[in-house]
Design a protein around this ligand. Structure first.
Ligand SMILES: Nc1ncnc2c1ncn2[C@@H]1O[C@H](COP(=O)(O)OP(=O)(O)OP(=O)(O)O)[C@@H](O)[C@H]1O
Length: 245
């Protein structure tokens, strides 16, 4: 395998618990995520999707195998260096937007820079909000924004450090189909216009169809890879996998 990928996993194993209670969440997963690619990760509940994201983001230690972000091997880093890499090179969005209610969209977006003790440039904050189509909402508070708008602020907040990769764990899970479509379009645009690398866990074949390819996990292993797919085909392939598993 070459190491030109933004994110590379090689033979990653992750177990939880000990003895008879051991659960193999990832049973030897290898995958590459190249710059400017949009990958959806799907699979049944408990198949290891969130674990894959947490490990790839360095939030959870692996038992064995290798993870590199932008060519840097996570295992070779001190705890402090890993924290800095997570802060500066990795963006994360979750199903819950986790915005601070007392702060405006702009202030929420700037938060990671403030936490890193870097002075947020107003232009950079507006730029991040503009990339998700919310420049004119910079002064609004979360309570004044729809769910889809709040999630797009969360994406802008994840982008403010210009991360190498944006991990999204069910970013549309709490949204109706209209808001989901807007959030997915924003992610798609980040990939197409800014070559952002995006890895998104989702249960929704419609959301997965916004990606360039779909990786399917079953029992902690990659069992399928679908490209250029429409939602119906993704759903059919998933159903077939579930029957086969
Ligand atoms: N902290 C933990 N301690 C013990 N077992 C865990 C822990 N986190 C995850 N697991 C187990 O690891 C396996 C994979 O979990 P994971 O959350 O990655 O699955 P998932 O595909 O994201 O599921 P879902 O779609 O339900 O969110 C599951 O069997 C789960 O019970």
């Amino acid at each position: 395998m070459t190491s030109t990928a933004t994110v590379r996993l090689h033979a990653v194993r992750k177990t939880y618990g000990t003895g008879a209670n051991t659960v193999t969440a990832l049973g030897g997963v290898s995958a590459e995520f190249t710059r400017g690619s949009f990958t959806a990760v799907m699979g049944a509940s408990g198949s290891g999707k969130s674990t894959l994201l947490q490990c790839a983001a360095g939030l959870d230690a692996v038992d064995s195998g290798q993870i590199t972000i932008d060519g840097t091997d996570l295992a070779g880093l001190s705890e402090h260096a890993r924290t800095l890499l997570r802060r500066d090179r990795i963006g994360f969005v979750f199903q819950a937007y986790n915005l601070v209610g007392a702060l405006t969209a702009a202030q929420n977006t700037a938060l990671p820079l403030r936490l890193a003790r870097r002075a947020p440039q107003a232009a950079a904050v507006v730029q991040a909000l503009a990339e998700v189509g919310l420049a004119e909402r910079a002064g609004h508070y979360p309570a004044q924004l729809s769910g889809g708008e709040q999630q797009r602020v969360a994406i802008a907040r994840a982008l403010i450090t210009r991360p190498a990769v944006l991990f999204a764990d069910e970013p549309t899970g709490a949204l109706d189909s209209t808001s989901s479509a807007v959030v997915l379009a924003a992610l798609r645009r980040l990939v197409d216009a800014h070559l952002q690398t995006v890895v998104m866990v989702t249960h929704d074949p419609v959301a997965a169809a916004a990606a360039d390819r779909v990786l399917v996990l079953a029992d902690g292993r990659l069992v399928d890879e679908i490209t250029g797919a429409d939602p119906a085909r993704i759903a059919a392939r998933l159903a077939r996998g579930a029957v086969a598993a």
